[in-house]
Design a protein. Sequence first.
Lengths: 113, 114
Amino acid sequence: NAGVMQNPRHLVRRRGQEARLRCSPMKGHSHVYWYRQLPEEGLKFMVYLQKENIIDESGMPKERFSAEFPKEGPSILRIQQVVRGDSAAYFCASSPSGGETQYFGPGTRLLVL
Amino acid sequence: GDSVTQMEGPVTLSEEAFLTINCTYTATGYPSLFWYVQYPGEGLQLLLKATKADDKGSNKGFEATYRKETTSFHLEKGSVQVSDSAVYFCALSVGGTSYGKLTFGQGTILTVHP
C-alpha cells in the first residue's frame, strides 16, 4: 500500500505566479489535511477536506489560497499570486476517517523568489 | 484555543544517554495525544500516540504517558542512538467539527553524538 504522495517535492516560483501542490492520499483514505511549516516553526493546520467537501478551512489565509479534493484525482492546494512569505514546506496528511491517525506525505517545499 | 508547548531546544546528547522531551497541552474536551518524528528532508512519521488519560504509548524504545492531571505527554527513551537524531513534534487532536485536526508544538531538535 503506497503511502501519501505529494508532488512536486520542490517548487520554485517567482512573486506573482501561481503554485499548485498535489496530494494523493493513501488508498482507502477519503480524508485529507493540509499543513504548512514555516522555517524554524512547527506545522500549522490549514484545511481539512473530504471528497468534494471542505470541512474546515479555518487555518487557510482568506485570500489567494484555495483547496479542493475532487471525486476523482488528487487533492490540490492552490496559491495564487505567491509572495515571499509563502515560502514554506506544505504537508498533506490522509486518514481513513476523521479522527483516525493521520499519515503524512513527504511534503512540497515551495520557494518564492 | 487548543495549544501544545514543547521544551525549548535544541537537545544534544551522547549515544546511550537518557532522553526526555517535555510536552504540555491546553485543550477543550478530551484530546488524543501524539508524538511525530521528522527526519531531515522528510515528512512526519507517527512515533506513538495515546487516546485517553493514563494510556502509555510506546514504539522503538520511546514512550510517553498521557497525564491528565498535569496536562502533559512527555517523551522518554532510556538509551538514545545516533539514528534518533531528528525533530520531534508533540501534537493533539480533539473532536467536533474539526475532528482529527492536529495542533502541533513548535518541535524539538534532537542531535545524538557517537
